[in-house]
Every structure is written in structure tokens, then in C-alpha cells.
Unconditional design. Structure first.
Ligand SMILES: Nc1ncnc2c1ncn2[C@@H]1O[C@H](COP(=O)(O)OP(=O)(O)OP(=O)(O)O)[C@@H](O)[C@H]1O
Ligand SMILES: [Mg+2]
Lengths: 236, 189
């Protein structure tokens, strides 16, 4: 359990470098994440959370630094290698869902399964997020929260080595939100794989093995949680 | 079906008109470029076969005073020349002043006419007209000609129509100082 899975070393992401409107979205980040950890990254809006998650998911390249995942520095990856990495190793729940409007909820999940190497059953994944009755609906016919849950099902069904979720409960009510968080908790518990959840809701922190707080593109605190609370007992 | 194809199919279904127009546009472009590409060899081939069929002369020597027998002989003797064909031509104006016609005595071996209607002239008073005049005269009709020193006849009977590989263009057969200055047609006698 104590094996290192992710290591970031002096990672910076700078938008519009050397211009008047230069933005240091991530500024010299350093942290380690162990294998089988559920990590929560908290921070206020604009802190650079999504940027960090995009880096981990191979969605974006970094400006500086090293991003070691499972013994490989993905910061050195070419565009093509990053695509392969995303397909094979990453499950991603986007902050804005990114479902394909022309495919039904179930087909969206199956789409991810087509490119994964060891996927879970798409229908079971839909059931686990409580959407077994909405499988044949198209995304525009669904509520925001329902779409978000499809996105979660899609990421989970890929059975990825690293599951990244950007505000996975942002559009959900208390009970549904807890249900989704429970799915992530079970995923880590059952498969021993890694989940990283980004949120601005710091009340989620107690369920994590590891909490990283980001403020203004920098890491403010990096805490290992030895006495984590099961999702069922969380209150917010 | 893979999901990516399914997505494409549904995308097309929801924008049929756009799909149809783009397809049509593509088809049109292909049509045009295929046409442009195929036209050159097509035209070349048509010309080639037409020239071969009518045995178009490689060169034509003109002399307004005519050639003497010894001149023709010396040309015929040249070993680079395979075949020589003698012909006589003069520009005549119809008596109604309407048409200036380049009348050519039938070139038998080279630059032959291609008869499109009727037959070739056999008697001295018969004439075959160029296609240019097809709309103005009919077979069997007489065509009257203004006095011309080079022609024995004053009027000819039209026996047919023809094209000539020498005059591939339908118009602009050359200039003359007769009529309106423009040669309207050729004719064979
Ligand atoms: N493509 C871009 N070009 C310029 N600046 C960008 C770009 N993407 C992000 N930024 C800036 O980087 C900073 C961090 O953005 P990021 O999306 O990571 O924030 P966040 O922590 O996810 O915020 P939120 O909680 O609102 O989603 C912001 O100030 C943002 O304006
Ligand atoms: Mg964000």
C-alpha cells in the first residue's frame, strides 16, 4: 500500500507565457500519491484544480517539471503517447461531463468500453449510478445531475488504473452525491486502484486517504488522513 | 456498429440537408475536375483520328500565280516528301453578294473532304459546299457566282456538304478583299 504511484516534481503550467496576461495556473507543485489511495484535491474556484487534473490525465502538457505516473514521466510524452496513455490508463469525469449528444447514456458508457482493455459491464455501471431506467435517453434529455452520473459510470466502466473526477458531485443533491462518492470509495477499496477527486467542497475531505489543498496554483497543505470517515458517515 | 460510426450516422441523420448539399458539391467538383483532366487526351485523340482519316497534309504551299510543272516536279523529287497533291483554289462571291466562298478543286489524296451529306461533285458544274453553308442552301439547288476569271462556270449545282480538316474552326476561314472581307465557307469542285 505504501508504494509510490504518482510523483509530481516542480510542475508548473503557465498560460500565455511571457505576455501581459500570463497566468500561472499551477506553480511549482510537488507531491506524492501512493498506490491504492483515494486522493481529494480541494481549492477555491480558479485555484488550478482542473489544470492539475488535466495534467495527471494526460489531457494537457505541462510547462515545466516532471509528472511520474506508475514509474513513467508522462510530462515527456508526445501528443500521440498521451492519447494512448489516456485511452489505456485513465478514467475521467469532466467538470462539464463531455457526453456525446448523439449517443444514448448507455452507448456513451459502451463507447468508453470499446477503447479500454479490461472494461466492466456497461449496464452494471449504469445501475451502480442509479440510472438503469434512463439508459436509452440521450444526454440532452437528461438533467445535469443525471448527465454527471452517466459521466461517472463511463469513467468507472473503463476500469482504469487512475480514475480522475473533476467536481463529480457538483450538480448533485446530498443523497445522490453521497452515493457517487461511495462508488469511488468502493472502487478504491475493491480494485486497489487510484482515484483523485477534485472538489471545492471541503466537507468531503474526511473520506480521503490524502488531502491536497491548492490555493492560487500552489500547494497550501498536503495531509495524509489516517482516520478517514466512511462516506456513509459524512455530513454536509 | 462501433459507437463512433453510430455517432457519425446520427449526426448525418440530424442534418440531412447539409449532408446532401455537401455531397452534391463534392460530386460537382469531382465531375468538373474529371472533365478537365479527360478533355485534353480526348481532344488530342479526336484530332489525331480526324487527321489520319482525311490524310491532312503536313504542309501546304500557296502561290497566287500557280506553280509550273517543273516546280511541282522538283518538290515531288524531294526524298523527304512522301506524297504531293495538287489543288487549285480561288475565292468567289455569290451573285447575291451574300457569301465569299473559297472554292477548292478536289484534293484527291491529301486533306480530303469528309462528306456529311450528299456526294462528291462528278461533273464540272457540280459543287460540294462546306458545312458552314448548310443552313443557307439545299442539295439540288443552284448556286450563282459573280464573274471570276478562274472559274469556267457561272453557276453550280449543289450535290453535297462536307467538312475539311484544313478548316477545323466553324468560323474564321480567313480574309479576302472580296465581299465583306471575311471568307464564309469553303467549297469543292
Ligand atoms: N486555456 C487557458 N488560458 C488561459 N488561462 C487559463 C486557461 N485555462 C485555465 N486558465 C486559468 O488558470 C487558472 C486555473 O484554472 P482551473 O480551471 O484549473 O481552475 P479550477 O481550480 O478548476 O477552478 P473551478 O473550481 O472554478 O473549476 C484560472 O485562473 C484560469 O483562468
Ligand atoms: Mg475546474
Amino acid at each position: 500500500m505504501s508504494e509510490e504511484f504518482i510523483r509530481l516534481s516542480h510542475v508548473s503550467k503557465i498560460y500565455n507565457a511571457h505576455q501581459d496576461n500570463e497566468v500561472r495556473a499551477n506553480d511549482d507543485l510537488n507531491f506524492n500519491i501512493k498506490r491504492g489511495e483515494l486522493t481529494v484535491i480541494v481549492g477555491s474556484s480558479g485555484a488550478g484544480k482542473s489544470t492539475l487534473l488535466n495534467t495527471l490525465g494526460g489531457m494537457d502538457s505541462v510547462s515545466e517539471g516532471e509528472v511520474w505516473v506508475n514509474g513513467i514521466d508522462i510530462a515527456k510524452f508526445s501528443e500521440k503517447k498521451r492519447t494512448t496513455y489516456r485511452r489505456r490508463d485513465i478514467g475521467f469525469v469532466f467538470q462539464f461531463y463531455n457526453l456525446i449528444p448523439n449517443l444514448t447514456a448507455l452507448e456513451n458508457v459502451e463507447l468508453a468500453n470499446e477503447i479500454a482493455k479490461d472494461p466492466l459491464d456497461a449496464k452494471k455501471a449504469m445501475k451502480s449510478v442509479g440510472l438503469e431506467k434512463r439508459m436509452d435517453n440521450f444526454p440532452p434529455q437528461m438533467s445535469g445531475g443525471e448527465q454527471q452520473r452517466v459521466a461517472v459510470a463511463r469513467a468507472i466502466a473503463k476500469n482504469p488504473a487512475l480514475l480522475l473526477a473533476d467536481e463529480p458531485t457538483g450538480a448533485l443533491d446530498y443523497h445522490t452525491g453521497k452515493k457517487i462518492l461511495k462508488i469511488f470509495q468502493d472502487y478504491v477499496h475493491d480494485t486497489g486502484k487510484n482515484v483523485v477527486i477534485v472538489t471545492h467542497n471541503s466537507l468531503i475531505k474526511p473520506m480521503a486517504d490524502h488531502v491536497i489543498e491548492v490555493v492560487d496554483g500552489k500547494i497550501k497543505s498536503d495531509v495524509i488522513n489516517d482516520h478517514k470517515t466512511p462516506v456513509e458517515d459524512l455530513e454536509w | 456498429m462501433s459507437k463512433i460510426n453510430l455517432n457519425t450516422l446520427r449526426e448525418l441523420k440530424s442534418s440531412k440537408a447539409r449532408f446532401f448539399s455537401v455531397t452534391l458539391l463534392l460530386a460537382l467538383a469531382v465531375f468538373i475536375f474529371a472533365g478537365l483532366k479527360a478533355t485534353t487526351p480526348d481532344m488530342n485523340q479526336t484530332m489525331r483520328s480526324e487527321y489520319d482519316k482525311t490524310n491532312l497534309a503536313d504542309a501546304q504551299l500557296n502561290n497566287s500565280l500557280g506553280f509550273t510543272g517543273s516546280e511541282i516536279e522538283s518538290i515531288q523529287k524531294n526524298k523527304n516528301i512522301k506524297s504531293v497533291s495538287k489543288s487549285f483554289q480561288t475565292i468567289a462571291v455569290t451573285s447575291n453578294n451574300k457569301h465569299a466562298i473559297n472554292i477548292i478543286s478536289n484534293p484527291e489524296k491529301l486533306s480530303k473532304f469528309t462528306i456529311t451529306k450528299g456526294r462528291e461533285p462528278k461533273k464540272d458544274n457540280e459543287i460540294i459546299l462546306g458545312e458552314q453553308l448548310r443552313g443557307d442552301y439545299n442539295i439540288g439547288q443552284q448556286i450563282k457566282i459573280k464573274h471570276n476569271d478562274d472559274l469556267k462556270q457561272k453557276q453550280y449545282k449543289i450535290v453535297g456538304f462536307a467538312t475539311s480538316s484544313v478548316y477545323m474552326k466553324k468560323s474564321n476561314l480567313g480574309q479576302t478583299n472580296l465581299g465583306d472581307g471575311q471568307i464564309d465557307a469553303f467549297a469543292g469542285v
